[in-house]
Design a protein around this ligand. Structure first.
Ligand code: XMP
Length: 335
């Protein structure tokens, strides 16, 4: 598609002009489609003067942090720093069960960690400038964000249960404190256009079609208190669930799927013994805009396989249920 191709080239050119020969750019990446494609365009435009930052908040999916790191550095050549802040996030989440409080803690901690990394890079550059080893690297003057057109509208008008979506991405403090200017290469695009651009840029199909993943991650999929043990259980169950959906060739038909760990215990039986363990709820929805959604009619054989695997392979779980609620009145996330 000629138009899409020219979009990337034009955007790269526009960024080069805007950033100039020495200024640097910082941006957070999550491993999702939007931030990865925005980062890739930025990296093509200004190389290592772009600093991508991935914050490991301890509530990403199983192996996700390493996979994102590999993809961004090895495949896409992006100058990336991964910050392991899992203990910090999980420490602050200790004892907190309220969903909105969890979101606030994660959002604020994210901004704090990201800002600190920005300051660290700034100091490093200042030192290099003093020593005369900075080359063409000057100050950080811009912040990259993978905002899409619907995000632009939503942040103005949407007041649903996910109005807090923006709190996670709200780096207003960073913009103010560091006096950064915003660059949003995707702000005029819809999701399908971003996917088409990703395909054109030879970004893995797996990433291009990835389901959205909320900023607060597994923290809002472990209902009630988030402990490292609970996160581990939810992670393993979710991994098996998604693996089986992919194997069955259903991933692209579903808009979003995940496993939630419910804060209840149920009685079960294993061999001669009675068990008293937790319940996993499987959620899969189809939607075009995430404002309304239908539950996905998952084939029984697939459900059977997933249920057997989760109960056999994930310690601490003795029951699996499938969520058959539409949005509205339910939401896509349980919290
Ligand atoms: P709900 O649960 O409101 O979710 O039907 C709609 C979409 O928004 C995502 N979601 C979030 N994304 N931070 C995010 O970045 C959040 O706090 C958050 N809450 C919900 C959800 O995964 C779904 O795609």
């Amino acid at each position: 598609n000629w138009t899409m191709e020219s979009f990337v080239d034009k955007e790269i050119e526009r960024i080069r002009v805007m950033v100039g020969p020495t200024a640097q750019v910082i941006g957070a990446v999550s491993g999702g489609v939007d931030s990865t494609i925005a980062a890739s365009i930025m990296s093509k435009a200004i190389g290592s003067r772009f600093h991508a930052v991935l914050v490991d908040n301890g509530v990403m999916r199983l192996n996700e942090c390493n996979e994102v790191k590999k993809r961004l550095t090895e495949k896409l050549g992006i100058n990336l720093t991964v910050i392991d802040a899992a203990d910090l996030f999980l420490g602050r989440l200790k004892g907190v069960s309220d969903p909105e409080k969890k979101r606030k803690i994660i959002g604020n901690t994210f901004i704090e960690v990201f800002e600190k990394e920005g300051e660290r890079i700034e100091l490093e550059i200042e030192e290099d400038i003093k020593k005369g080893t900075s080359g063409n690297r000057g100050k950080i003057e811009f912040l990259l964000q993978g905002t899409l057109y619907p995000d632009v509208i939503e942040s103005v008008s949407f007041k649903g249960p996910s109005a807090t979506i923006k709190t996670h991405h709200n780096v207003g403090g960073l913009l103010e404190n560091m006096k950064l200017k915003l660059i949003e290469p995707l702000r005029e695009l819809f999701k399908d256009e971003v996917r088409a651009i990703g395909t054109l840029m030879n970004i893995d199909e797996e990433l291009v079609w990835r389901h959205p993943f909320p900023g607060p991650g597994i923290a809002i999929r472990v209902l009630g208190e988030v402990t490292p043990t609970q996160v581990e259980i939810a992670r393993k169950a979710d991994y098996i669930y998604i693996e089986e959906i992919r194997k069955a060739g259903l991933y692209r038909q579903i808009s979003q799927a995940y496993a939630a760990l419910l804060p209840v215990k149920a009685v079960g039986v294993m061999g001669d013994a009675r068990t008293y363990e937790q319940v996993i709820a499987l959620r899969a929805v189809t939607t075009t805009d995430f404002m309304t959604a239908d539950w996905f009619p998952m084939p029984y054989e697939i459900l059977k396989k997933i249920s057997n695997r989760i109960i056999n392979e994930v310690r601490g779980v003795n029951r699996v249920v499938y969520d058959i609620s539409s949005k509205p009145p339910a939401t896509i996330e349980w919290e």
